[in-house]
Structure formats: structure tokens, C-alpha cells
Design a protein around this ligand. Structure first.
Ligand code: NAD
Length: 326
């Protein structure tokens, strides 16, 4: 039953109550949604209606969403570095087995050995995603090792900054399109028969903020990431009949080896220190005024790899601090 009370202090958005043993769900006058009452916190004086006592179940800070990834088998392409390495580590933390597929086999093996120390099942497979034979071998190796493939994260990617038309050579165009777009198609095609046979699968693709908006001096990268968004939308619809979800993640700016390489080039071009360029880039382009971390991206990828997101397919989810909103 709703009761009316006045002069109650509330702390909107604070989830832990420090000095009160009384918790209520509150509906602030004229406001939308429910808030948690925090006596003695943030002395905002509002007129509120007290609803049912707040039970607190499932809303504690330490509660975690159970993604149900224990026992699942995931392939992560480009899993030896940056975002891919973070995704692989997170799968292992959730109890999944992981195949780290990368052209850089030394780095992939090193990560697999590190993850394996905790008793997790992590293997490295050398794979250039732009080569059909490598893609086929990757799927076969994963099946041989684990007997199934539940999740494919098409994360491998490359980027080049090239002004149009003088710097953007055919080689650069082909390189980015082959790895980012064709590689996505080849690995997905190799893995798909196993997912279709199992009537189960999660395909999670690395698109980008550049897969949703034009990006000067990154024409072929942008074209390749629009291709990934297009593949995601199309296969999301086409593979739904097999109980396979296909989604994409679209990071904004994550300081991985990919960005370190870009900063080197920008610093040379502009004759300015790389840290200055980075700070200015984030300060100018990101409303939240902070870059994304690999963990921010891995959180979304694991969500999309789980049945928690079973009714999401064909989507390209932005993780960009507000730089571009859909
Ligand atoms: P990264 O350079 O740190 O890692 C990329 C990994 O892919 C490396 O391990 C590399 O060896 C591997 N790789 C490259 N070519 C390959 C190939 N042909 N076959 C197999 N593996 C290959 O990059 P990252 O920043 O971690 O990026 C991961 C993904 O996220 C990429 O698809 C990238 O386009 C995308 N992305 C990154 C950002 C960012 O800000 N870092 C933003 C948007 C999208």
C-alpha cells in the first residue's frame, strides 16, 4: 500500500546503504521509476510515496549475473592480444574452454599456457582468418580437441590509416577487407555446420564504431566494419532457424596494441607527442571523457555469448562512451 511521507533523504543511484537498516522502494513525486531510500545520504529533500518494503534480493552489489558459460567451448580469433586476449581470459574465468586462434602463434601459445595454469582448458591454434584452409583447420582442431563449438568470437582485425585517394592503395584495401570482412565470412562458414548440427550457437563479431559511421582517413577499415555489421544483421535473421544468435560489438576507442600502432603513425604525421594526441582524442570525441577498457568490451561479448541474451540477434551493440549513439 502506498503511504505518503515528506522530508525523506534519498541518494539516487547509490546501491549500498551504509547507516540505515530500513530500505524502501520509493517513487519520487513527478519522477519516473523507483529509487532506493538512503536515510542520511545526500540530503535531497523530496516528497515521496512509500511502496512495499524493499526486499533487496538479487540487488546486492556482489550479486553477479549467471551467464551459464561453464562447460561451453569458445573460439576467439585474434585472441592473442588486446580485446581478444581479455575475452579469452574472461571465458576461462566463467569455466568455458577456449581456442585462441591467431596469426601470432607464439603470443597465442603463451596466453594458452598462462590460462592453462589455473586448470582451464585453453589451446592455441595458428590461423590466418583470411585463408580458407586456416579457417577450416581451426574448426576441425576445435572439434577434435573439444567435440563441439558453442561460441565463435570473430575478433581478429587489422587497421590502417590512409588518406583517400593518394594513400589508400589497393594493397591496403585488400588487406583490411580480407582480414576484417572475408575472414569473418570464412571462419563463420567453417564453424557453422557444427553449430547447425547441434542446433545451438552464438556468433559474436567485432565490428566497430567505424561499422556504423564514416571515418575520414579510415575508408577501407570503415568499409570492412560496415561489412561486419551487414553480415551480423543478415546472419542474425538467416541463422535464427537453427537457434544460432549472431551479434556484433562495436567498441569506440580501446588502448590496445592496435591503437598504439595508430598513435605511432599519428604522432609522426602531426609531429606531436602520442599521449597528447590520445588525451585530446578522448577528450574531444568521448562524452564520458574516458576510453573503453578491454574488460568493457569483454563484458558485452560474454553477455552476447550466453543464453542470458537469447532474444537478441542481428544487433551491433555500441560500447563507446557516448561517441555515437544509435
Ligand atoms: P589488437 O591489434 O590488439 O589484436 C588483434 C589480434 O588479431 C592480434 O592478436 C593479431 O595478431 C590478430 N590478427 C591480425 N590479423 C589476423 C589474421 N589475419 N588472422 C588471425 N588473427 C589476426 O587489436 P584489438 O584492439 O584488440 O582489436 C580487436 C578487434 O576489435 C578488431 O577486430 C578491431 O578492429 C576491433 N576494434 C578495436 C577497437 C579499438 O579501439 N582497439 C575499436 C573498434 C573495433
Amino acid at each position: 500500500m502506498a503511504r505518503t511521507a515528506t522530508l525523506v533523504s534519498i541518494g539516487v543511484g547509490v546501491t549500498k546503504i551504509a547507516h540505515t537498516d530500513t530500505e524502501y522502494e520509493l517513487e519520487a513525486s513527478g519522477a519516473v521509476g523507483n529509487f532506493i531510500a538512503h536515510a542520511n545520504l545526500m540530503p535531497t529533500i523530496l516528497c515521496v510515496r512509500l511502496l512495499e518494503p524493499y526486499k533487496g534480493e538479487g540487488k546486492k552489489k556482489e550479486d553477479r549475473m549467471d551467464l551459464g558459460l561453464k562447460g561451453k567451448v569458445a573460439i576467439v580469433t585474434g585472441g592473442a592480444s588486446g580485446i581478444g586476449a581479455c575475452i579469452a581470459e574472461n571465458f576461462v574465468k566463467e569455466g568455458a574452454s577456449v581456442v585462441i586462434a591467431d596469426v601470432n602463434i607464439d603470443a597465442a601459445q603463451k596466453l594458452a599456457a598462462k590460462l592453462g595454469k589455473s586448470g582451464a582448458k585453453a589451446v592455441a591454434v595458428k590461423c590466418d582468418v583470411s585463408k580458407k584452409a586456416d579457417a577450416d583447420n581451426l574448426a576441425a582442431a576445435a572439434m577434435k580437441q573439444f567435440g563441439k563449438i558453442d561460441i565463435l568470437v570473430n575478433n581478429a582485425g587489422v587497421i590502417r590509416q590512409a588518406r583517400f585517394p593518394d594513400e589508400l592503395t589497393e594493397d591496403i584495401w585488400d588487406f583490411e577487407m580480407n582480414v576484417n570482412a572475408k575472414g569473418n565470412y570464412l571462419v563463420t562458414q567453417a564453424v557453422l555446420p557444427h553449430m547447425i548440427a547441434a542446433r545451438y550457437g552464438k556468433i559474436v563479431n567485432a565490428s566497430s564504431i567505424c561499422g556504423k559511421q564514416g571515418t575520414p582517413e579510415f575508408c577501407s577499415y570503415t568499409a570492412s566494419k560496415f561489412a561486419v555489421t551487414g553480415i551480423t544483421q543478415t546472419l542474425g535473421k538467416e541463422l535464427a532457424q537453427y537457434n544460432i544468435n549472431v551479434n556484433a560489438y562495436c567498441p569506440g576507442y580501446v588502448r590496445t596494441p592496435m591503437w598504439e600502432g595508430l598513435l605511432d603513425g599519428m604522432s609522426r604525421r602531426l609531429g606531436r607527442p602520442r599521449e597528447e594526441i590520445w588525451d585530446e582524442w578522448i577528450g574531444t570525441n568521448v562524452p564520458l571523457k574516458r576510453p573503453q577498457e578491454p574488460q568493457d568490451i569483454a563484458n558485452v561479448v560474454l553477455f552476447l555469448s550466453s543464453d542470458v541474451s537469447r532474444n537478441i540477434t542481428g544487433e551491433a551493440i555500441s560500447i563507446n562512451g557516448g561517441t555515437r549513439v544509435d
